[in-house]
Design a protein around this ligand. Sequence first.
Ligand code: SAM
Ligand code: SF4
Length: 339
Amino acid sequence: MLPDPAGQGRPLVDRFHRRITYLRLSVTDRCDLRCSYCMPERMTFLPKKDVLSLEELHDLAAGFIARGVTRIRITGGEPLVRRDILDLFAMLGRRVGHDLAELTLTTNGTQLASHAEALAKAGVRRINVSLDTLDRAKFARLTRRDSLPQVLEGIAAAKAAGIAVKLNVVALKGVNEAELPDLIAWGHANGHDVTLIEVMPLGDVEEERLDQYLPLSTVRAALETRWTLTDSAYATGGPSRYVDIAETGGRLGFITPHTNNFCAGCNRLRVTATGQLYPCLGGGEQVDLRSALRSDTPEANLAAALDEALRIKPEKHHFRMDARGADPATVRHMSMTGG
Ligand code: SAM
Ligand code: SF4
């Protein structure tokens, strides 16, 4: 293992004085679902040889921790379809409460029922589960797989294991639009925070992006005709802005890359399963950590690569979606960069 691969333990601060304390680490680009806004049915996945080994992923994570990262979210693709992924959780989990404040996960929930206890044992205290509908037929159409029962079982298993579950819901025009209040009410009744997300133009899918796009300003206005929404001071350091809903007694987050740019407070970096570091989800900037990691002098090369990432992290994302249409600033799918 590399003791301090990034060198010197210098904090990660970019040109705009944003301090990076949060890493999103994708462990696979593969997935057992095919959500229509995320990837096409016939998705081409990366050759396995290009993907970092679990040891390499661990060494990278350790390098970020040495530079002041205190929160790590494991993502994908679907992280729980990667074989032996629990070994990575166990390895990183040992650091929780020491040099790592939080180890967490974003998952579609299909494999959660069998993994929830081990995740809890590894130190995972809260997770995000993606759930865009509670209607089985709609779920099957939207994800192109009939897996809603497994997902619901997975959410229940996580809750039973003592893991807090936040539901991530992508708001989709004419698809789950009418169901959003019921979905929010269901989540809150079951003790889950809910976060709504605007669809982002990341990678080609088979549908027109603008047909899917539902501005959350519209959703919020509709919810306000039914419930009392009060802006909340709650913040996670991420892009969500929260409200409390008096009638449900729950918390609702809004991630609005289009209607309200959230980049000024960005504290994160993203690394793909092949070790490509993307300083911005919506930008083409990229730094290759895998060649640094596999070089003869990994410590020095990783230090230089991380410094380069800080140098090129853009001030704002570049994607656009408005009345003029969707501008896919990047050809990468969300499943590649990790959500
Ligand atoms: N497979 C896991 C899951 O679905 O939770 C983790 C990876 S997934 C790419 C992470 C998050 O990105 C999910 O909540 C998903 O709904 C969201 N997502 C995927 N494509 C998106 C897009 N084009 N715009 C907005 N959100 C997207
Ligand atoms: Fe898979 Fe998550 Fe993309 Fe859906 S959003 S296809 S579950 S990676």
